[in-house]
Write a protein that binds this ligand. Structure first.
Ligand code: ATP
Ligand code: MG
Length: 415
């Protein structure tokens, strides 16, 4: 039994649903030209897409082109073919060939162009009055069948394609500007980091320089040599650490996402600070949600986030003892999206209100005057960067003299 002919309505419906599920412009273009060729009963076709940046129509997809060598890579915006399609907003066929005396020059030019490209139909894809693309179809293989029906089907498919193309182009534009914004943000903070780095490195370099200058005349003074050697070694160590932190920051661009158990990750980070906590008399309380969904994350990066927060919490509890509470939970956001959240709560000194706006700034630290140990003020900058790259959120609540809670939430794996 021969296959039953496809119903036009079914064709358009399944085409629309196929296009709706596609995200990339290349796949979309291929699918469009394939369907138009099928409807136009030809194996040959090419789709030209408006390229606003370069002000032309760019050949996006081709299906077995009848004259591949003739098919140009780009067609100018003011070329008669797109001009004519824009003006008429209808499919142009070979049947239109008799040239009416009153027809505009674009019509004649368009026909000549179609002929030279071995195209028998030019299909416009218009959206909101703009010709966002057009397709050229080759020689029809079987001329049986209702031509009017073919034309209506092509017109319906062309419009469906135009809508999908418009949405995808918009989404890609949005994605591009998002990437650009992120890059700009990053460049801005790299500028700050470079400035901060220069500033930070100056002091240790000065002391190293002084030592080198004084060493020849004081080489017989063992006390001087011993004392200064220690200082210089510390300075070198500090510069090394600074370089490492900055490299860490630069490396943290592209997270390598794997499917992870968040509780498991938190446990391994807590183990890391366990000995330090015990020796300082800090108690650790773990409240882990048993039903936590799995999360796509970069294990090393999120470990770095949790460790920085845990170490900051430990640093804040300088007096005797203290209590560190680590709680994980499942969050359901409005709209039903599931996230996981971790709260790291300390009973430390808290953060002054005036400092709260600056704690994520590169090189902001209060640990220089504390004498506890020198902080570089890069921990939270890195934390913030990583959380952002994971499309997560970080919040802080702090009361001076009572303590601080940092909360990090990350979108969970889709079920
Ligand atoms: N849990 C906390 N309690 C109180 N203050 C905090 C806490 N976490 C961060 N801060 C404040 O934020 C500042 C910046 O933190 P950040 O981790 O970026 O740098 P740092 O700890 O000083 O140095 P680094 O982490 O680079 O060694 C700290 O110096 C401190 O003043
Ligand atoms: Mg820190």
């Amino acid at each position: 039994m021969p296959p039953s002919p496809r119903e036009p309505l079914d064709i358009v419906t399944s085409f629309a649903s196929d296009l709706g599920a596609m995200t990339g412009l290349t796949a979309l273009g291929d699918r469009i030209i394939q369907e138009l060729c099928l409807a136009g009963a030809t194996p040959h076709g090419a789709l030209f897409l408006l390229d606003r940046e370069h002000e032309c129509y760019r050949r996006a997809s081709m299906a077995d082109p009848a004259a591949p060598t003739l098919m140009p890579a780009t067609i100018a915006l003011d070329h008669p073919l797109p001009q004519h399609l824009l003006a008429t907003n209808r499919i142009m066929t070979e049947a239109d060939v008799p040239i009416e005396a009153h027809e505009a020059a674009a019509g004649t030019g368009a026909r000549t162009a179609m002929k030279s490209l071995h195209a028998t139909r030019a299909v416009p894809h218009l959206n909101k009055g703009r010709l966002i693309a057009f397709s050229l179809l080759g020689e029809t293989q079987s001329s049986t069948g209702d031509q009017t029906l073919t034309e209506s089907l092509l017109a319906a498919l062309a419009q469906t394609a135009a809508n999908a193309l418009d949405t995808t182009v918009l989404a890609e534009d949005l994605q591009r500007s998002h990437t650009l914004m992120k890059r700009t943000d990053r460049l801005k903070s790299l500028e700050t980091i470079a400035g901060g780095f220069a500033h930070e490195i100056r002091n240790p370099l000065t002391s190293i320089k002084t030592f080198i200058q004084l060493a020849p005349e004081r080489k017989d003074d063992p006390e001087f040599i011993q004392e200064f050697s220690k200082i210089v070694l510390d300075d070198v160590y500090r510069i090394e650490q600074l370089i490492q932190r900055i490299l860490d920051y630069a490396r943290y661009m592209e997270p390598k996402l794997t499917d992870e158990d968040f509780n498991d990750l938190a446990t391994s980070c807590i183990q890391f600070i366990d000995v330090k906590a015990t020796s300082r008399g800090v108690t650790i309380e773990k409240i882990f949600a048993p039903d936590l969904p799995r999360v796509m994350l970069d294990r090393q990066q999120i470990k770095q986030v949790l460790l920085n927060l845990l170490l900051n919490a430990m640093d804040s509890m300088t007096g005797a003892g203290g209590h560190l509470r680590v709680q994980t939970s499942k969050l359901v956001k409005p709209g039903g999206k599931v996230w996981v959240r971790i709260d790291i709560q300390d009973t430390g000194g808290g953060i002054q209100a005036a400092n709260l706006d600056h704690i994520f700034d590169p090189f902001f630290t209060t640990k220089k005057e504390s004498g506890e140990h020198d902080g570089m003020g890069l921990g939270l900058t890195i934390v913030h960067q990583i959380v952002q790259e994971h499309h997560g959120e970080i919040q802080v609540q702090s009361t001076v003299g009572v303590g601080t809670t940092f909360s990090v939430s990350l979108p969970a794996l889709p079920a």
